[in-house]
Design a protein around this ligand. Sequence first.
Ligand SMILES: [Zn+2]
Length: 66
Amino acid sequence: MYLATEKDGIVEVPKKKRLKALFCKHRNVVCGEQCSKNGMRRISGEDAYAVCADCGTILDERNRNY
Ligand SMILES: [Zn+2]
């Protein structure tokens, strides 16, 4: 999955790694709006996520439909 972040532009976040997530402290969090690889976003709403960049755990999720 890709997130459009304010700070770093489009960032690819890893799929969740279960084993790593068990020991991960989730210090490296990426926040942004979900988008495709080339930055296309949903037209009819917004899917915002906070994901750990190390293990792929979704820490926060916010969905909004217009
Ligand atoms: Zn983590």
